[in-house]
Write a protein that binds this ligand. Structure first.
Ligand code: FES
Ligand code: FES
Length: 410
């Protein structure tokens, strides 16, 4: 157990908690502040958004012990806040809510938009609010409510915070004052608020490097396997044609043919409201004797200033049935920058699983086309991931695991 002390809505709040408790549970379970809602617990839906040291933060992916001495403001703490009061009235007037589940997070994020952005367009408001999902109202009323409050405040001569438009980071991980030490206790430290942005900028430079450093190690690694209904020689030969392999991956394309095992390209990923287009480089290698290969790549999404490094290893071997091939894939990655907030291994694994399933379908279609005498340019059958069902499948997966754990214990 760890004793953590924060200031919540202007008052000291302390509790003995497990180091693994996230800030949303701390607020709801130890402080009885149930206005902070929990939707996905993956950092995706924004229902749990609160202010940590004045900056919107997803409390479901922030450890409470990392917030020692932080000033936390929940929706309850915004009861008397001028902007929140105007927003509540505007949400009611514009029908910006139905069930209200997303509303606490919406109000916290919308207040930030009103305070920061001087004259945002409708598109800019939608982008700024894209980290908050509403499953029942739709966004027209929400956006209109925010536009109305901004217009009214600017008409009254109340300007946005100078420079507020240029903030790049969504919020600190924790308080910006504290860090969890190795033994789990929270220690007060001072860090510059600019640190997250700088941390994101460093790998971005690495992404432009022509070759990958050989000794780089990924933060997270997981494995996947799939079976293809074609002989192992055919599949192994196909994996040598990098352009065709890339065309089987929804959203991926190459800038040109690989030169000396080095290739440039891009991949578009869309998960719910989050979309990113990583431009990058990769080194590919393969070993004929063991029928294994590696793809060592890095890329940068300019819009979010996020960067990723990845190391994919694969082994092609005969399947259990004659004429089938089993492919074992290990995926290692490190994600930095704004999108790292959504990079929890479970979510990334779900995205990768969905990408691989689509890849296998495209691969099967291409191989069947080729073995049937067709040319190599058969179009892929799946060109885009179904983002809506992806988010649903993540949530459904969590529900299934919850019931499995519940009944497994009995
Ligand atoms: S519950 Fe935190 S982002 Fe969904
Ligand atoms: S009002 Fe129901 S989820 Fe937004």
């Amino acid at each position: 157990m760890n004793t953590v002390t924060l200031k919540v809505n202007g008052k000291p709040a302390s509790a003995d908690i497990e180091a693994r408790m996230h800030l949303a549970d701390f607020l709801r379970d130890t402080q009885n502040l149930t206005g902070t809602h929990i939707g996905c617990e993956h950092g995706v839906c924004g229902a749990c958004t609160i202010l940590v040291d004045g900056v919107p933060t997803r409390s479901c992916i922030t450890f409470a012990v990392a917030c020692e001495q932080a000033e936390v403001t929940t929706v309850e703490g915004l009861d008397a806040d001028e902007v929140a009061t105007e927003l509540r009235a505007a949400f009611s007037k514009e029908h910006g809510l139905q069930c209200g589940y997303c509303t606490p997070g919406m109000i916290v994020s919308a207040r930030d938009v009103v305070l920061r952005m001087q004259e945002p367009t409708e598109h800019e408001i939608r982008v700024a609010m894209s980290g908050n999902l509403c499953r029942c109202t739709g966004y027209v009323g929400i956006v209109r409510a925010i536009q109305g409050v901004i217009a009214a405040r600017r008409a009254r001569g109340i300007a946005a915070i100078p420079g507020g438009d240029h903030r790049k980071a969504l919020g600190p991980a924790g308080s910006g004052h504290a860090t969890a030490s190795a033994n789990g206790t929270a220690t007060r430290i001072r860090t510059s608020p600019a640190a997250p942005a700088l941390a994101a900028a460093t790998p971005a430079k690495a992404a432009a490097a022509p070759r990958q450093e050989a000794d780089w190690k990924p933060q997270t690694t997981f494995t996947e396997s799939f079976v293809v209904g074609h002989p192992v020689d055919e599949v192994w030969a196909f994996f040598d044609r990098i352009g065709e392999v890339a065309s089987c991956l929804p959203g991926a394309s190459l800038a040109g043919e690989p030169v000396d095992g080095h290739v440039e390209g891009q991949i578009r990923i869309k998960v719910g409201p989050i979309s990113a287009e990583f431009q990058g480089v990769a080194d590919v290698s393969r070993d004929e004797a063991t029928r294994t290969g590696t793809i060592n790549g890095s890329g940068k999404d300019k819009r979010s200033n996020s960067a990723t490094r990845g190391l994919i290893g694969y082994a092609v071997k005969p399947g259990d049935k004659p004429g089938e091939t089993r492919v074992d894939v290990s995926i290692g990655y490190t994600l930095t920058g704004v999108l790292a907030q959504f990079g929890r291994s479970g979510l990334v694994q779900d995205v990768a699983g969905r990408l691989i399933a689509a890849f296998v379908k495209n691969l099967e279609a291409k191989l069947s086309h080729q073995s049937g005498g067709g040319d190599a340019e058969a179009p892929p059958v799946i060109t885009e991931l179904d983002a809506g069902s992806l988010v649903s499948s993540v949530i459904l997966g969590r529900i299934k695991r919850f019931f499995a754990a519940l009944f497994g214990r009995r």
